[in-house]
Design a protein around this ligand. Structure first.
Ligand SMILES: [Zn+2]
Length: 258
């Protein structure tokens, strides 16, 4: 099957990037201002009416996903999605639940009740998920999923990979923890099965990208999807060559920009 999944992070009011989710310029580049996010959603609505969730994977569904577990998932993101009649996939870093800038247990229960999909984004958000041992991976998925299931009183079967560092072992470990749909950061519409778990790629929207990008991803427009895919492949080569150096370099560049 194919799916057009889009990855967002936090949406902040008044340009206050510290108010929700992880701090630091490396995290802030993924956050959108509320007024921009409103335009992105309007652009998706004009381009397609087929926003769906993993509960109903028919045709080539458009799936809206949000990583990290920031307080902005509750307000304003869920409200804005619901104003279009849509539901989101919210991926939670469980060690941060109830800490400043992140969702509380009560928020999670409310979002679940309102029909949004709550999933795991690991316990601790490791910088390089694919570099963990199998035992560490198992603990990240198992403990985060059981914590969420305990809070919600419902089974949790979806997850997204923190930092985009994916490997087959990351998927095998998630599948062993009961994950049935795992979202990566690979910009592709193709979904594949791995150990009984559906692995889905995602197109990322960062600060500074125009609403046309969200609409382009939601319609599978080659001008947008292929462009991001080509860029990502070039970056993957840089990461493979540089390993940990890539992250240091990225941080240094972001700090200079900030
Ligand atoms: Zn993340």
């Amino acid at each position: 099957m194919q799916a057009l999944a889009i990855m967002y992070h936090d949406v902040v009011e008044n340009g206050d990037f510290e108010s929700s989710g992880f701090s630091g310029e490396g995290a802030h580049v993924y956050k959108l201002r509320r007024e921009d996010f409103v335009r992105h959603l309007d652009a998706i609505a004009r381009a397609t009416a087929a926003v769906s969730t993993v509960r109903k994977l028919e045709g080539r569904p458009v799936l809206l996903t949000f990583d990290d577990g920031g307080a902005s998932f509750h307000h304003p993101i869920a409200d804005l999605l619901e104003s279009h009649g849509w539901r989101g996939h919210f991926f939670i870093t469980t060690d941060r639940i109830g800490t400043p800038g992140f969702l509380t247990e009560a928020h999670l229960r409310e979002l679940n009740r309102r029909g949004h999909i709550i999933g795991s984004h690991s316990c601790s958000h490791p910088t390089r998920m694919a570099a963990l041992s199998r035992a560490e991976l198992d603990r990240e998925w198992r403990d985060s999923i059981s914590r969420l299931a305990c809070i919600l009183g419902d089974p949790v079967k979806v997850a997204s990979v923190p930092g985009g560092y994916f490997s087959h072992e990351v998927a095998d470990s998630a599948a062993a923890a009961g994950v049935e749909a795992l979202f990566t950061s690979e910009p592709t519409a193709a979904a594949e099965m791995r150990s009984g778990c559906r692995v889905l790629g995602r197109y990322v929207v960062q600060r500074g990208m125009s609403p046309a990008w969200s609409a382009g991803f939601a319609t599978g427009s080659p001008a947008y999807c292929w462009r991001q895919s080509a860029l990502w492949k070039a970056k993957r080569v840089a990461k493979a060559l540089g390993g940990g150096r890539y992250l240091q370099l990225r941080q240094a560049i972001l700090e200079r920009k900030g």
